[in-house]
Design a protein around this ligand. Structure first.
Ligand SMILES: [Zn+2]
Length: 281
């Protein structure tokens, strides 16, 4: 099947680099919030995450959720939203039938409300870990409850209910995954640690390029390439520090076994620059 994968950045935030990578500088760096539009031959455009939306600012106006916006200052213009950028490329919000959600942090689910017909695919464990959180508990999970559509519950599809498959040997040490549409095109695996039930996605495009979208399993490409952990302070926001390190170790191993695979962390400016160049060339 011939798939095409397009990447976009919907806003960015700033944060000291040394927090996200242990040998980084204590200098503020920019972290783009990527999302992918996967053009499937029969199912139309499928999104992987949505990046920020202007709702982030509304939902972080009052304490305690305001602390979220203070920790990661967000730079976002309405034209940066997933819905605006897709419309610019001739894709209407109504035409999106599926959005795959890596996890429920605000910089990934910010745009969900803009797609009225989309079903939401995520690990049930990820949703259960956030769904009843409010106030301080929501803040701890990086979750802004007001970003979810009110009918989210009815529109979600649990990855746990879909078909489990063996993965091809080139994806080792990831050996089993979930075939999201039963056609072998989009294979999901769990990347726990950063958030409970975080979802990673293997996609092969029409040119036989394989992408592995790893969301926030690490923030910078150098972290999985050289297996560098973040500063211990970052673990304050992790669901499980030990699982974070296990997941990072697996991605590092995968990269060593298969260096040609395009591993895409959501917030790595270098990766985004490379993707942007290859899409415009
Ligand atoms: Zn993120």
């Amino acid at each position: 099947m011939s798939l095409k994968v397009n990447f976009f950045s919907a806003g960015y935030c700033t944060h000291p680099e040394a927090v996200v990578i242990r040998d980084g500088k204590w200098q503020s760096a920019n972290f783009p919030s990527l999302f992918a539009a996967i053009v499937h031959p029969t199912l139309g455009v499928i999104l992987f995450d949505t990046g920020y939306s202007s709702r982030f600012f509304q939902e972080t106006r009052a304490l305690p959720l305001r602390l979220y916006a203070l920790a990661t200052p967000v730079y976002f213009q309405p034209a940066d939203s997933a819905v605006s950028q897709l419309q610019q490329s001739g894709i209407s919000p109504e035409s999106i039938n599926y959005i795959i959600i890596s996890h429920f942090h605000a910089d990934h689910v910010g745009g969900l409300q803009d797609f009225p017909n989309a079903r939401f695919i995520c690990f049930n464990s990820a949703y259960q870990a956030v769904k009843n959180r409010q106030g301080w508990s929501a803040l701890k999970a990086g979750f802004l409850p007001g970003l979810l559509p009110t009918d989210f519950e009815h529109r979600r599809i649990s990855v746990e209910d879909l078909q489990t498959v063996s993965l091809p040997p080139q994806y080792l040490p990831f050996d089993t995954g979930c075939d999201l549409f039963g056609d072998g095109t989009l294979l999901a695996v769990e990347l726990p640690g950063h958030a409970t039930g975080q979802l990673g996605l293997f996609v092969v495009d029409a040119d036989e390029r394989t992408y592995f979208l790893i969301a926030d399993a690490c923030w910078l490409s150098r972290a999985y390439q050289e297996f560098i952990r973040p500063h211990p302070i970052a673990s304050l926001i992790f669901a499980n520090d030990r699982e974070y390190v296990d997941t990072l170790a697996k991605i590092h191993q995968l990269h060593q076994f298969n260096p040609d695979l395009n591993i895409i962390p959501t917030h790595c400016a270098k990766t985004w620059e490379r993707l942007n160049k290859s899409m415009t060339s």
